[in-house]
Structures are given as C-alpha cells and as structure tokens.
Design a protein around this ligand. Sequence first.
Ligand SMILES: C[S@@+](CC[C@H](N)C(=O)[O-])C[C@H]1O[C@@H](n2cnc3c(N)ncnc32)[C@H](O)[C@@H]1O
Length: 238
Amino acid sequence: MRQHVNPLSSFFQLPRQLPSPEEIFEHSNLPLHLDIGSARGGFLLNLAPLQPNWNHVGVEIRHPTVLSAERDRQRLNLDNLRFLFCNANVSLEGWLAALRRDQLQKVSIQFPDPWFKRRHQKRRVLQPTLLIALAAALQPGRELFIQSDVLAVIEPMVMLIELSNCFERPKNDAQTWLKANPLPVQTERESYVLDQGRQVYRMLYRRNDHQLPDLKTLEVMLQEFDNPIKKNMPTADA
Ligand SMILES: C[S@@+](CC[C@H](N)C(=O)[O-])C[C@H]1O[C@@H](n2cnc3c(N)ncnc32)[C@H](O)[C@@H]1O
C-alpha cells in the first residue's frame, strides 16, 4: 500500500505558481472542472473526452503521478485537460482568486487521503482556507462534489462545508447520501471500492448566494466539532 504524502512537510509547503487556464487551454472560455487529488488521472482522462465543452484541471501532490497522468493525456491528445503538480492547500488559493468570474463551474474532491485521526486533521485536504477559496470562485448554482468510502473522512468535510453556510444540497436530494454518482465516470478508487461491494458516501453541493464566512470563525466552529467538549463525563476528581 502506498504511503500518503505528508502535505505539511516543508517541501510541500513551497508555493508553486500554477499556469492560468488562458495559458494552458486553447479554448479557455469553456467552463472549468477542477478535480483535487487527481492521482493517476484515470477519472479525468475518461471524463474529458466525454465533455469536450468543458476544460478539466486535475491537481495532485505526488509529482511522479502527475507526470504519468500528463503522459497519458498527451498520448490521448486531450486538449481540454491538464494535470498540475501542487499542494492544493498551498498553491490553489491564488490560482482560484485569479480565475475569470464564473470560469470555475465544478469542483470534485474524491476519496481524499484518510487522515481521520484528530492529530492529523491539518493534513486533510479540505481545510477552511481552501473551502473559502473554492466558495469565492464558485458562483451561485455551481457544484462541489465530494465522495469517500470512509465515514470518518467525509463527515468532517460535510461539517466544514455546511458550517460555511455557502453551499446547499439540491432540494430534491432529501436523503443524507446520494445513491448514485452524478458524474458519468468513476475514479480508480471508486471502482476499487465498488468492486469490493463496499459503500460509497457521496454529497453534491451547490453554491448559494450567501457571503463568505470569516476564516477564524469557521476554524473555531470546526474545532468545536472535531473536539467536542464531553458533557456529563466523569472527571478525574469526581
Ligand atoms: C486516495 S487518493 C484518491 C485519488 C482519486 N481521486 C481517486 O478517487 O481515485 C487521494 C489523492 O489525493 C492526493 N492528495 C492528498 N493531499 C493532497 C494535497 N494537499 N494537494 C493535492 N493532492 C493531494 C494524494 O496524493 C492522492 O493521489
């Protein structure tokens, strides 16, 4: 089993200047789908040809994996797709802020690395700063899709997204988890999990028109969720 990259190590804290869509896409006016943690790229390599009227960007922290995904992309001649090497928590904020208004129309975070222990919470990819940057770039109605097979991974993501007050589930989605994937292709991890007959937890959010939350307030609310004060617990001197 592969070792997870520690996104907090000093090497991965170096910011990278990511190219703008205008620099990498011939038709940069097309709507953009950003997949965070694209790994070997199988998902976007299959999606991009099905959706020629979109541009797709996959960002990934493991450099060799990005090189291999880019080689496959070039072999398949996919001009509406690029894989970029970066730590999403370090380099995406500025890139997102520089996008044209309503250029980014879909974001997916699928099967993120399972940093579910509390002491590892800062390694989780969906941090308050990144969520606010995504919410700032997405116009009302635009989509944020998350999925995982690990409840302890997806629940803090759901909590963060809902605490931000910037996203809503579509009205017709009454049940807690989506039954089916709204995207037309599966990720590598998704196929693996489904082949084993295991459950996948999915949530589709749409940006609402609420103002962005204050970062500090959001961090404190999340902290309270992650470290609930245990009521009615016996204390050492009780
Ligand atoms: C479990 S894999 C899932 C890959 C793919 N989304 C799938 O569903 O098959 C999670 C991916 O996210 C990448 N990743 C983790 N933290 C990241 C970060 N801070 N920035 C960019 N990529 C990250 C990992 O290197 C890994 O390739």
